[in-house]
Design a binder for this molecule. Structure first.
Ligand code: SAH
Length: 260
């Protein structure tokens, strides 16, 4: 039997809204209100410029419980470390080499993953400058609200409202039921495990001189995209890291033999 969409253990309880470097505290309050109206309760603040703040609580208009419970962390990586899916919302389309989703598909994917008992993050950038390229690289896909191309930047809390509404629709459509049990070997890799793999992959490519003087950024972006699309399990990440470890070991032996 599926749970009520608003029960504390529904898919909605596994979706967090992450605001990165928010400049205006009023927007934090308005975002809290926006997500609470849609049945969500989790806000995470990454290095907000001004928080806690009276203005934030005024604009929350009754969603003070969401604000009061919002953890404040220093980096986006920290905010999403345990997530299986991280979606970065961007006012500018096609800015990074990431899969791009429309809000409806983003809501469906987010709730589908959350319904399978995994943690999901929807990430929003700064009012002035949005998310940095490095921050977008931490996301599995980008979400763009197809606004007027001549004037595409929504107010931060309005963007939160659109995504929260789409996720709400997915919950109401039945994507937000109880957990689907997974086999132990199929446990999806967390964000932190994938980042550990990407770091080791970068080191290994250096060790085998894969880039030959070119900058590694473009190859790494493509590789990230490939592996993120692969929906890796924890077991698969362990296997890949084992291969990298052996590659690094052999490269070291060859270097040592060459240095003799
Ligand atoms: N000047 C910034 C816009 C920031 S608006 C820029 O050009 O990037 C603040 C945040 O609201 C954005 O980082 C994004 O997360 C969200 N947002 C605003 N408009 C959006 C849109 N059309 N689609 C998706 N997210 C949007």
């Amino acid at each position: 039997m599926s749970l009520s969409p608003d029960s504390p253990d529904s898919a909605a309880s596994r979706v967090r809204f992450v605001l990165v470097g928010t400049q205006h505290p009023g927007n934090i309050g308005a975002a809290a209100r926006a997500l609470k109206t849609m049945g969500f309760a989790r806000l995470v603040l990454v290095a907000p410029e001004q928080f806690p703040s009276d203005e934030a609580f005024r604009r929350a208009a009754g969603a003070d419980d969401v604000l009061a419970a919002a953890p404040v962390v220093v980096t986006l990586a920290e905010a999403v470390a345990d997530c299986r899916l991280v979606l970065g919302c961007t006012a500018r389309s096609r800015r990074v080499q990431l899969e791009e989703l429309a809000p409806r598909a983003a809501g469906e994917r987010a709730i589908g993953i959350a319904a399978a008992s995994d943690e999901v993050a929807l990430v929003f950038g700064r009012e002035r400058t949005g998310l940095s390229n490095e921050e977008l690289q931490l996301c599995h896909a980008a979400v763009h609200i197809p606004a007027n191309p001549e004037y595409s930047s929504l107010n931060l809390a309005a963007a939160v409202q659109v995504l929260a509404y789409e996720a709400r629709l997915a919950v109401l459509a039945g994507g937000g039921g109880g957990a689907t049990p997974v086999h132990a070997d199929d446990v999806p890799a967390t964000h932190a495990q994938l980042e550990g793999f990407f770091a080791q992959l970068g080191e290994t490519l250096d060790d085998i001189d894969f880039h030959k003087g070119r900058t590694p950024d473009s190859a790494m972006r493509k590789l990230r995209r490939l592996f993120l699309r692969g929906d890796l399990t924890q077991q698969e990440v362990r296997l890949l890291r084992g291969i990298l470890a052996d590659t690094q070991r052999i490269a070291r032996l060859l270097r040592e033999a060459g240095g003799r």
